[in-house]
Unconditional design. Structure first.
Length: 330
């Protein structure tokens, strides 16, 4: 009898190609809103709890469950408890922009106590989450973020003149970023692609163009025409930025990012990735100037590194990780 795998992401569609393991029977669900009521009522997030309840209902016999993102993991564990079921549960994409405290931390820790394994995207996060949620570190096993290179829109125009491109909003230090962009030499522009709330209360320099809700192919077409991608993180302890970093690496784009415990394995030793200390405006200005002054050398280094980065972040790595989990809990 073919073993059933119940896969339930929080913010991806049910047909998202997570991993290729055709030997199993896959039940693919999604925590995205599926009707008018779920789209209208945002808190509580009804679609998450509907998907979690469906996942628990499908977890019969020798089924295993894979949830994605911590809040979906907690919702699934609570639904499994209500149904009296205890399938092996893999918490994938177990990552926090900001660690919960107080009653929320206690509530989540109680749910996480029953999860068999947690997949995090850096070695640093293993001890961080183990301490915070009182988990056995052996149950937290890192796996690198994997993906294909982003698609590029063919019909999206680049900005006039040289410019840098800052992408993403989670864990980003926008005050430091905007302060640095305001001090760039005349003639160097910037595009900031983020959510509107990321920039609330901040002054946008005259040389900066802000874009929001841009489809990924257009975002990365803009990035591809830039001097490089900027990923300024809040602190050394910020556990964000991997998706942007990997996307830029796979496209052969130079970068500037902040030193972070959670991203070091993604950027250390790369000639085309310049690192600065978080919050250091002077260092960020200097690194961006290097993107302009050394553009040909840095671009060539970024392009030359693409084959190695492609192998490091190949999606088959996730398939192997999931297969090992299923073998361990067989």
């Amino acid at each position: 009898m073919t073993r059933r795998i119940v896969n339930v992401p929080d913010v991806s569609s049910a047909d998202d190609p997570f991993v290729d393991l055709p030997a199993f029977e896959w039940v693919r669900l999604s925590g995205l809103p599926a009707n008018v009521i779920e789209r209208k009522i945002r808190r509580p997030r009804l679609s998450r709890y509907r998907a979690a309840w469906a996942a628990a209902g499908a977890a019969t016999g020798d089924a295993a469950v894979i949830s994605h993102l911590p809040l979906m993991t907690a919702a699934v564990e609570r639904a499994l408890g209500l149904r009296g079921r205890t399938p092996p549960h893999l918490a994938f994409s177990f990552n926090f922009t900001k660690l919960p405290e107080g009653g929320k931390r206690q509530s989540l820790a109680k749910a996480f106590a029953r999860v068999a394994r947690f997949a995090v995207y850096s070695g640093y996060e293993r001890q961080l989450y183990a301490r915070h949620f009182d988990l056995d570190p052996a149950r937290i096993q890192p796996v690198v973020w994997t993906q294909d290179a982003p698609e590029l829109a063919a019909d999206f125009p680049h900005m006039d003149g040289p410019y840098v491109c800052a992408i993403g909003g989670e864990g980003r230090d926008f005050p430091t970023l905007l302060s640095a962009l305001a001090r760039l030499p005349k003639g160097i522009g910037a595009v900031v692609i983020a959510r509107p709330h990321n920039l609330e209360g901040l002054t946008i320099p005259a040389n900066v163009r802000v874009l929001a809700n841009l489809p990924p192919p257009r975002t990365w077409a803009l990035a591809a025409g830039s001097l490089g991608v900027l990923v300024p993180l809040l602190s050394r302890e910020t556990c964000c930025g991997q998706v942007t970093l990997v996307s830029a690496k796979l496209l052969g784009l130079p970068m500037v990012t902040s030193v972070s415990e959670a991203t070091g394995e993604y950027v250390d030793g790369r000639e085309a990735i310049l690192q600065t200390e978080a919050g250091d405006v002077d260092a960020l200005v200097g690194a961006i100037e290097r993107l302009a002054d050394e553009r040909e050398v840095l671009k060539a280094a970024a392009v030359a590194a693409v084959p190695r980065e492609r192998a490091l972040h190949d999606r088959s790595i996730w398939a192997d990780y999931v297969a090992r989990f299923l073998s361990d809990v067989a």
